[in-house]
Design a protein around this ligand. Structure first.
Ligand SMILES: C[C@H](O)CC(=O)SCCNC(=O)CCNC(=O)[C@H](O)C(C)(C)COP(=O)(O)OP(=O)(O)OC[C@H]1O[C@@H](n2cnc3c(N)ncnc32)[C@H](O)[C@@H]1OP(=O)(O)O
Length: 737
């Protein structure tokens, strides 16, 4: 059955509806090329005036090539054939004697936009649902259906590179301004306008809309050399060379302006085929499927949505939570702080972010005002009777949090959820004196809240299923990827982070230089090194969490005592402009006085690879323990939590995928070697079992999986999450009463 339905209107314009049967989303599957050729031929036979392609789905045009189909490419030749098939199919659209028009509403991404680029005209709706882009880079791929060739010709080399190298989604207004679409119109007239364009005859070649400097740069080989070199250098700086896709994109775009059509398209197809087969792309595609799968979990349409929220504490965390609640989730938000200044700071936080969006014309002034109208605040409990959920982001103090539970139970409704953004305190303790413990849950954000994609959701034993579902639904509305984790100290993310940071600190105390340690982990693929991260989080915050973890989980979580000396000397990290680094206008540099303060004589002994191996080994081992204990419900959750919460290198697929790829026996033997010097490295029991049996965390064709899921009962129990008030300047409410 064809995905294209063909109808001729009275003006002899063929209206072709694209609708992949039984699917929510249109994607390009292997039969699409044949179906397209048949449809195009019918247009010729009917001697049509033009052809309009429109989607039969309510909210998407085409979301790209079917990513599952890419997994079926067993050899490079298969992937090459896929790209060539797309290229050929799109060429035949161009070659038709009649004009073709893409009428776009919703997502036109990847192969979907390439389809539209091959049409003579593109008309899109001005709806917020409409987003155009070539996001292949996020899957470790390049646009393999002619996107690297057609986009630069339409919007210019620099803009095309920027869009393809970031994979960003372009809204209707920006698309029109850049010349990506011919028009942007209300949904109700999309088809009519598109049909009119179909009667205009074949489109003439248009030059990209460029300013003078861009025109000068892009129109001669010397200027283009500068553009491509700069793009290459930026990519290397940002990716450390771990991701081959951006480099292949630059190569294909360069081919589009320097080589003949045949060779240039071949460069694109070859680059695509190479990338499909890389482990990097397989890992990134795995992340896409994992997050898609997670969107369906803990989902319930039977629970009441959270529409009105309150946030306790106007510090940076509280401000960020209020922001995503109002802007992303569209909720009404009431901020409460002990001081009016705290409320004002939090409101100002949102205002600044929105003003930037207004300046960049992503948002109009009236939209800004409407959004800001959703955020109010005060120093008392006004309006708390109306809120569905209260999220506390106050100082990490159990008594304070327990008294807030009591306040909220008194001041709000019986069904109001109390969500705690604690980073370390067990939720069961926060709920200990609650009258309605079923409403209490952990909701751990990461800083900066509006940028970090993860939240940990932590039910304690008495949290109701309804509270879990409502909280998960709300976190998704805030644009977050939630993982539900078990209520045990450190939850998941901080638990795997702590031993990794402690190891970095131990290496420092053993004489390894600060910069070398951080560089080692950045070269491994983390966005920042562990000591720089501690500076961001706040050394004082880290030192508060450490004793809780040590008490609950044992000696291996003991943080080096030397850190107290850093805190005593007011080196708290970035927030005091001084930690392991100093932070000045000129930038950050290592604070050499730290060595003397901590009594360290620099005596480098290890190379960077050994440093990275030791720190990462601690993280991997702890992740395995978390799976053993049911802190996370699956290896998949552990991978997504580490990537989205800490920045574990996505190209490695997360700690569990990485262990599978390296071989569990290798990971185990490395841990055992380190354990001969320090028992904290003793491999987790499950790792040893897996190493013995030759199995791995994820099912593969070759080996049997032992540990993908924890036993069902444990999985059910699995809940819990938090957030450290990282980088947050304490608001007045954050001080214990
Ligand atoms: C040759 C070409 O250059 C190569 C390519 O085109 S590679 C593909 C490039 N396209 C992309 O990367 C887009 C991927 N999709 C997305 O980003 C998001 O799905 C979206 C923004 C389109 C919509 O997001 P959202 O509304 O949250 O829906 P989401 O839950 O993600 O997806 C709904 C369903 O569509 C599926 N889907 C979406 N895009 C898909 C794709 N390109 N391939 C396969 N399945 C896809 C999801 O897996 C999910 O399936 P399920 O319901 O059976 O689990």
């Amino acid at each position: 059955m064809s995905v294209f339905t063909y109808e001729l209107n009275e003006k002899r314009v063929a209206i072709v509806t694209i609708d992949v049967p039984g699917e929510k989303m249109n994607t390009l599957r292997d039969s699409f090329a044949d179906d397209l050729l048949v449809t195009l031929k019918q247009g010729q036979d009917d001697n049509i005036t033009g052809m309009v392609f429109i989607s039969g789905k309510a909210d998407n045009f085409i979301a790209g090539a079917d990513i599952k189909m890419l997994d079926s490419a067993e050899q490079r030749e298969d992937a090459l054939a896929l790209s060539e098939m797309c290229q050929q199919a799109f060429f035949s659209m161009k070659k038709q004697p009649y004009p073709t028009v893409a009428a776009i509403h919703g997502a036109a991404l990847g192969g979907g936009l390439e389809f539209a680029l091959a049409c003579d005209y593109r008309i899109c709706t001005d709806s917020v649902l409409t987003k155009l882009g070539l996001p292949e880079v996020q899957l470790g791929l390049l646009p393999g259906g002619g996107g690297t060739q057609r986009l630069p010709k339409l919007v210019g080399i620099q803009k095309a590179l920027e869009w393809m190298l970031t994979g960003k989604q372009i809204r209707a207004k920006q698309a029109k301004k850049a010349g990506l679409v011919n028009d942007s119109v209300p949904h109700s007239i999309l088809l009519d306008v598109a049909a009119k364009y179909a009667m205009k005859g074949k489109a003439k070649v248009v030059q990209p809309k460029l300013d003078k400097i861009s025109k000068l740069l892009e129109s001669n080989p010397f200027g283009r050399n500068i553009i491509f070199k700069k793009a290459h250098d930026n990519v290397m700086k940002k990716t450390g060379g771990h991701y081959p896709a951006p480099l292949n994109i630059i190569k294909a775009v360069r081919a589009s302006v320097e080589l003949g059509e045949l060779k240039a398209y071949k460069t694109e197809a070859e680059g695509f085929a190479d990338l499909v087969m890389t482990d990097v792309s397989k890992s990134l595609r795995g992340i896409f499927f994992a997050t898609t799968e997670m969107k369906k979990e803990y989902k319930s349409d039977d629970v009441a949505p959270v529409k009105r929220t309150a946030v306790l504490g106007g510090g940076l965390m509280g401000a960020g939570i209020a922001h995503v609640s109002a802007v992303k989730a569209g909720a009404l938000v009431r901020i409460k702080d002990v001081a009016q200044q705290g409320v004002s700071n939090a409101m100002n936080y949102s205002y600044k972010i929105l003003s930037k969006r207004q300046k960049r014309r992503i948002m109009s002034h009236s939209e800004l005002q409407l959004t800001m109208n959703r955020i109010t605040g005060g120093t008392d409990y006004t309006a708390f009777k109306h809120v569905d959920m209260v999220i506390e982001a106050v100082f990490e103090d159990l008594n304070l949090k327990q008294s807030m539970v009591a306040d909220i139970e008194r001041e709000s409704r019986e069904d109001t959820i109390f969500a705690s953004n604690t980073s370390s305190l067990p939720i069961s303790q926060i709920a200990e004196q609650a009258q309605r413990p079923e409403n209490v849950i952990g909701l751990h954000y990461f800083s900066p809240v509006e940028k970090m994609p993860l939240v940990e959701i932590i039910p304690h034993e008495g949290t109701s299923q309804e509270t879990i579902s409502r909280t998960v639904n709300f976190a998704r509305k805030q644009g977050k990827t939630p993982i539900v984790v078990k209520d045990k100290a450190g939850f998941y993310v901080n638990r795997i982070l702590a031993p990794y940071v402690n190891e970095a600190a131990n290496l420092l105390l053993a004489g390894e230089p600060i910069e070398k340690i951080d560089q080692a982990l950045v070269e491994f693929g983390f966005p920042v090194g562990p000591l720089a991260l501690l500076d961001e989080v706040g050394i004082d915050i880290g030192s508060k969490i450490a004793p809780i973890l040590e008490k609950e989980l044992g000696e291996r979580f003991k943080a080096p005592n030397a850190f107290e000396r850093l805190i005593d000397s007011k080196r708290l990290g970035r927030k005091t402009d001084r930690g392991f680094y100093t932070y000045e206008k000129k930038g950050k540099k290592v604070d050499e006085s730290v060595y003397e303060l901590l009594g360290i004589t620099q005596s480098p002994r290890l190379n960077k690879q050994e440093i990275a191996s030791r720190c990462v080994a601690q993280m991997l081992n702890e992740a395995a323990r978390c799976l053993d204990e049911g802190i996370i419900a699956s290896a998949r959750d552990g991978d997504i939590g580490a990537i989205f919460g800490i920045g574990f290198p996505p190209f490695l697929g997360g700690p569990f995928s990485y262990m599978d790829k390296r071989g569990i026996n290798k990971v185990c033997s490395e841990l055992s070697t380190y354990a001969s010097e320090n028992v904290v490295f003793t491999p987790a029991e499950s790792l040893m079992k897996l190493a013995d049996s030759g199995a791995c965390f994820y099912a593969t064709d070759k080996v049997q999986t032992v540990l993908v899921e924890v036993p069902t009962e444990q999985a059910k129990d699995s809940v819990q999450a938090e957030s450290d008030n990282v980088v947050a300047k304490p608001s007045s409410e954050e001080k214990p009463a």
